[in-house]
Design a binder for this molecule. Sequence first.
Ligand code: IFM
Length: 439
Amino acid sequence: MTTHRFPPSFLWGAATSAYQIEGATQEDGRGASIWDDFCQLKGVIRDGSDGSAACDHYHRYAEDIALMRAIGLKAYRFSVAWPRVMPQGRGAINRKGLDFYNRLVDGLLEAGIRPFVTLYHWDLPSTLNAQGGWTNRDSAGWFADYATVVVRALGDRVKDWITLNEPWCSAYLGYEAGMHAPGYRDRTLAARAAHHLLLAHGTAVQAIRAAGDAQTRVGITLNFTPNLPASESEADRRAAAEAPDWFYEPFAEPILTGAYNARVLERLDGAVEIRPGDLAIIATRNDFLGVNYYSATLISAERGEVHDDNPEYTLMGWPVRPQGLYAVLMRLHHATRGQLPLYVTENGASFKDEVVNGRVHDEQRIAYLRAHIASMHRAIQDGADVRGYFVWSLLDNFEWSLGYQQFFGIVHVNYTTQARIIKDSGYFYRDVIANNGLA
Ligand code: IFM
């Protein structure tokens, strides 16, 4: 019996990104990206690995589409590698790079799977980084030009475009925490990158609309880690509502309202020039908003950030808090007065898996997905306009500075043989899709 039924047109999908799965980083004219460079630095990737082979998806995409079909995916979110399409970041276009995405899109459409294309999932061409990367205001124009090239090439078949994936990570993990490429530790650079990423997003939305057609839809994907009250008490509720939200305020707020709040302005002040008209560009209308959700923070009025009495953690060390997905979706629903369709563009969990007789019995991942899908269902019942859900991830893959030691896939990948096995969570998800809900 289906207990949580979703709207008939609900789009069930899975997501990946180029550097995390493609491999073939030196093939067919692809240029270098900041992640190729970063991985070569000593000690920055936990297992000393890189994305040069990854899941070899560049060669195995047809097999991967067959897996998507076996699971019954209705949509697939992948990213285009900017340096594959424009090896120098600007100017010359690499036909062979575009051809790969042409083949991928054609294969998806033949399989009846709707492509959602992210234009930037962190692999900035190295040549652009040499010119300042996102700290250079010109990056907005570079990105819009690249977006135009891709939309002109694929836009006859791809209608759903995501400009940036998680600009919070690009700016703060990349330029302030030094954990991600390009690996800088400088608050000023991070603030500058954050503003320019937003500018790049708004500029690209306009460019994508100009290059696309009447069916073109464009949005951005942001990551949220909301503050939740540690208890139902009035004091905790107020504390959670009033606590700074460093995930929401610097990106979602200016995109949705056309203004930075005072806390964000304080951080940007002196680091970056905000020119008249910038915020209008940043707030260019989106057709949808992509929501990435993994975990939440608990806030108590007396003790600040706290932990649950009996927390369950994923292998990433992230507490499992499905109620946070409901909270984020409802907050966005209210902030946009229900006027902006939402997609959960990433949600999933890393747990250590074991292959036993050719099967992976990943009960914890199934429980995580079930609880989050139920939480999203509650938000839809309460009015949130959520149009789709993408599991992170289709495949186990390269988890950035944690290398190949995290396992988010609903499909297991053996990195020696490149053999794939659909995990039990993949079969669970197949049933969710087939029933359009939870059983
Ligand atoms: O693997 C990443 C992805 O690239 C962006 N969002 C979070 C995922 C898990 O850390």
